[in-house]
Design a protein around this ligand. Structure first.
Ligand code: G4P
Length: 528
């Protein structure tokens, strides 16, 4: 393999969590360890504060700031870590889902007080779908949280993944004394600090040692011995293969704000987290070590300044070596394209780069040529599979308020939906344009941007749908009849794939039962 050395030193991952669990805080600590930032407080949360929920310009402003922090690359122990940021706000959940297609593993942050929350569940579903390896960080151990055994059980049941504790906490809240590293057999005593030092760690090979009593007292020593015996009996040693296949998630306990338990996790992460791997494409399995370059676009960020319409397309390199000023094939457009200013995201600044390897994320200036899922290659025709579109949850009809601007509206909505702001459906056998989003905020964003950037005024009419299902069938006649009979609920997506828009779960289940020849899919591959 020509680029083996480069590939094997890269780990590309995302931190995911329900808002407020501590993702930003943990990110900051990881950057401190990586030397990418020098002081705590340097990473601003890109989460959207509650008071701003109706002010999407504020959100876009914050998102603008977050472009620089969308990817953070840093080195730790000779490993190049690419950390991809994911938006915290639930209305941008689709952005997060798509980012997950560009990473090789994730760290899931759980708030020890709140346990599994709505966003946690949905994000884990996406990870499970893709068999993404997951490491769990149970945060805020300095607060009175749930009983740790109950919490593990809740996580296993709700997230449908087996867990494997790597560290074990001694109490929580005011009584939190530290964590015992089950793997390295040492004790880290809790101390709030901005930089973790090795001195806080006490090696305790044999838990029967009286050093334990000395350090944490008689009562807690007894509980820890009992806990560890139980855990050892139940879990044994971690099999890295089970982690890599997404079957088992190693678990760490800590407190991100106190920088406690973070280093243990990071050290394990760089040891066991996957390096870039082979990927499936529409025609064959692409080996990560192939000499020829390939990559795909997973995110597009628009410049909101109307004077500068350029966008930034985020590309994940999947194989070979990407080089500046070199022609590559834009597969969907069947066109040669080259980039004179591709940039990488070292620490928090953007730097023009000369080359990039599998696992890296490159920012490409785009004037409207890209849509999410687009593939670049050295000439071969394929697209990467496993980049699905998820069903939106809110549907509204797009109503043109200015017939003289119909063309601008059409162009605008096509481009915005290419960027992944929302999904566009067209009523079956008609012209009605239906916009589907995950959150209400996107409608405000669309309305504003159509007017500002394209000069097209629109409004939205609420539709009574709750889910879009993509339809396939071996019998095309039956599928066509179904679409005709259900015209009120039938539409085509942007790629002309038929979709059923269900009013409620009851209707959906009824249609599924009544139409055994038709398959209802809850996600769809973006490219076909
Ligand atoms: P997010 O990105 O997942 O949304 O969460 P973020 O890191 O912003 O953390 C949410 C809140 O939780 C912050 O407090 C943060 O300081 C706090 N936090 C993070 N880790 C811990 C921890 O280990 N223990 C405790 N007790 N709190 C933690 P905030 O009041 O919302 O913000 P701030 O004013 O502290 O910045």
């Amino acid at each position: 393999m020509k680029y083996e050395k480069e590939i094997n030193r890269r780990k590309t991952f995302a931190i995911i969590s329900h808002p407020d669990a501590g993702k930003t805080t943990l990110t900051e600590k990881l950057l401190l360890f990586g030397g990418a930032i020098q002081t705590a407080g340097a990473v601003k949360s890109n989460k959207i504060k509650k008071h701003a929920t109706s002010d999407f310009m504020e959100i876009e402003r914050q998102r603008g700031i977050s472009v620089a922090t969308s990817v953070m690359s840093f080195e730790y122990n000779n490993i190049l870590i690419n950390l991809l940021d994911t938006p915290g706000h639930k209305d941008f959940a689709e952005d997060t889902y798509r980012t997950l297609t560009a990473v090789d593993s994730v760290i899931l942050v759980i708030d020890s007080v709140n346990g599994v929350e709505a966003q946690t569940r949905r994000l884990m579903e996406v990870c499970s779908m893709r068999d993404t390896p997951v490491i769990v960080f149970i945060n805020k151990m300095d607060r009175d949280g749930k009983n740790r055994f109950d919490l593990l059980e809740e996580l296993e049941n709700e997230l449908k993944i087996s867990l494997h504790p790597m560290t074990w906490p001694i109490n929580s809240g005011k009584e939190f004394k530290g964590v015992y590293n089950l793997h390295n057999k040492n004790l880290r005593l809790f101390a709030a600090s901005t930089k973790a030092t090795e001195e806080d760690t006490v090696a305790i090979e044999d838990l029967a040692s009286s050093v334990l009593e000395e350090k944490i007292g008689e009562k807690d020593a007894a509980v820890l011995r009992e806990d560890v015996e139980l855990i050892d009996g139940v879990y044994g040693a971690l099999n890295p293969a089970d982690y890599l296949s997404g079957k088992i998630a190693p678990v760490f306990f800590g407190s991100a704000v106190n920088n406690f338990g973070v280093k243990e996790m990071l050290d394990t992460f760089i040891q066991i987290a996957p390096v870039p791997r082979d990927r499936e494409t529409s025609v064959r399995t692409l080996a990560v070590g192939e000499d020829k370059f390939s990559g795909f676009i997973f995110k597009i960020h628009a410049n909101l300044d109307p004077k500068h319409r350029d966008r930034i397309a985020f590309m994940r390199v999947c194989s070979g070596k990407f080089e500046r000023n070199t022609y590559y094939k834009h597969v969907r457009l069947d066109k040669e394209v080259r980039f004179s200013n591709p940039y990488s995201f070292l620490a928090r600044s953007k730097d023009v780069i000369e080359d990039a390897y599998a696992g890296d994320v490159v920012g490409l200036f785009d004037t409207g040529n890209f849509k999410i899922g687009d593939t670049l290659t050295e000439g071969e025709k394929f697209y990467f599979t496993g980049i699905p579109t998820f069903s939106p949850e809110i549907f509204k009809e797009l109503v043109n308020k200015d017939p003289l601007k119909t063309k601008q509206l059409e162009k605008g909505i096509t481009q915005l939906t290419d960027e992944g702001v929302a999904q566009l459906f067209t009523q079956f056998g008609g012209n009605k344009k239906i916009i589907g989003c995950v959150g209400d905020l996107q409608f405000e964003v669309i309305q504003y941007r159509l007017l500002q950037e394209y000069g097209a005024a629109c409004e939205f009419r609420t539709l009574p749908f709750y889910k879009a299902c993509w339809l396939t069938s071996k019998d095309q006649n039956k599928l066509h009849d179904f679409l005709r009979f259900k015209q009120q609920n039938a539409a085509m997506d942007k790629d002309e794939a038929p979709v059923y828009l269900a009013q409620s779960e009851w209707f959906l289940n009824t249609e599924i039962t009544n139409n055994p020849d038709i398959t209802f899919h809850f996600t769809n591959e973006i490219n076909k």
